[in-house]
Design a protein around this ligand. Structure first.
Ligand SMILES: Cc1ncc(COP(=O)(O)O)c(C=O)c1O
Length: 372
């Protein structure tokens, strides 16, 4: 079985354009020095535009979790008082990461079907005297979009800064690092940024640096410690990062960023909204129940329960075998209960959504074998 003919509609990684793939195939470039730095400056300027920030940005070589660990670990430190919104698998991941750094971490458990409420969050943070709020923007396990702008504003009123996991939202739905007053944001190359996995771009605003600079201990770790990234940026102008950044993936991400900015962020967000709506309408017509209410459904991923009597795992397997379309299953207590379909970046096309709905319809009509 060849993997070439499988259409990837899992919630990342996403199919990558021929142009980005060609960029990865170019001869490997030296990742520092005068031939590289003008390009690197343009690359970081483009990255800032996508993060909507004038702040520091770093392309950390890691998967998304590495970027989250860098921002959350560096801002939490050992003594930070951190509150984590937990309304999905990736909220649990944030909590695990926060607890691996800090002694004072509390979880705001919210039902997975709904977003965190800003007013409730404000009261909760204040009552516990927490100074840092960590939240997943679009939880890829539920398809629920947390209202990050409102949560950050509520956190500010409670005296807390906000760190955001924007792994499955950046470049698919607005993420306004500066306008929303976010202290730090982490993302990943393989989702709406339409590049293979390997880079975790992060943005750190002045508020984030102020938190880091107020810490009395030097923070944990070396590689993912943002102090280290800033130190090399300041002290090593010919090589403004502490490690060998993967130049081929940086070049590929830069090509993808050009395409993203050429499309225009506003047009792009609208494309994601329309794909999400088309998919939802199609699934509901077939008798699926989408987990997230329309009011807070993520524009980048949809999670749905199949019609009664249809086994989610068997449906996913049948769709792949008969129609060569890959979608994902549920995580944690949703395992075996739901399907997850990505409309991230290159996936967010009406034709792709119509194709997957048509293929699901054919599976239901022809029958889905439930024996495993
Ligand atoms: C919202 C969210 N956060 C974090 C991650 C973890 O990213 P990675 O698997 O690249 O470490 C993912 C991955 O799917 C995600 O969707």
């Amino acid at each position: 079985m060849s993997h070439d003919d499988i259409e990837l509609l899992i919630p990342g990684p996403v199919p990558v354009s021929a142009e980005v793939l060609a960029a990865m195939a170019e001869p490997v470039r030296q990742h520092y020095g005068p031939d590289w730095l003008p390009f690197y400056g343009e690359f970081t300027a483009r990255l800032r535009r996508v993060f909507a920030t004038t702040a520091s940005v770093y392309p950390i070589p890691a998967s998304g979790s590495g970027g989250i660990e860098a921002v959350l670990g560096s801002l939490a430190g050992a003594d930070g008082h951190v509150g984590v919104v937990v309304n999905g698998f990736f909220g649990h991941r944030l909590l695990d990461i926060a607890r691996s750094y800090s002694r004072h971490v509390e979880a705001l458990e919210v039902p997975w079907e709904r977003p965190a409420d800003p007013e409730e969050t404000r009261r909760w943070l204040r009552a516990r005297d927490l100074h840092l709020l960590a939240v997943v923007h679009s939880d890829t396990s539920t398809g629920v979009l947390n209202p990050v702008a409102e949560l950050a504003s509520a956190a500010r009123e409670a005296g807390a800064a906000t760190v955001v996991d924007a792994v499955s939202s950046l470049a698919g739905t607005p993420v306004e690092t500066d306008a929303w007053g976010l202290a730090a944001v982490a993302s990943a190359s393989q989702k709406c940024l339409e590049t293979p996995a390997g880079l975790a771009p992060v943005a750190v605003a002045q508020e984030g640096w102020d938190i880091i600079d107020r810490q009395t201990s030097p923070g944990c770790g070396w590689y993912l410690n943002l102090r280290r990234w800033r130190q090399y940026e300041r002290e090593w102008p010919h090589h403004p990062y502490p490690v060998t950044i993967p130049s081929s993936i940086v070049v590929a991400l830069d090509r993808a960023l050009r395409r993203i900015l050429d499309e225009g962020l506003t047009a792009r967000f609208e494309r994601h909204r329309r794909a999400a709506a088309a998919l939802r309408d199609g699934l509901e017509r077939l008798g699926f129940r989408v987990l997230a209410d329309r009011r807070w459904a993520s524009p980048t991923v949809t999670v749905a329960y199949p019609p009664a009597g249809v086994d989610a795992t068997a449906l996913i397997r049948t769709l792949r075998a008969r129609h060569r379309i890959a979608i994902s299953g549920g995580l944690m207590h949703l395992a075996g209960q739901v399907i997850r379909i990505g409309h991230l970046g290159s996936q967010a096309q009406l034709e792709r959504m119509q194709r997957v709905v048509g293929a699901l319809e054919a599976c239901l009509r022809e029958g889905v074998p439930t024996t495993r």
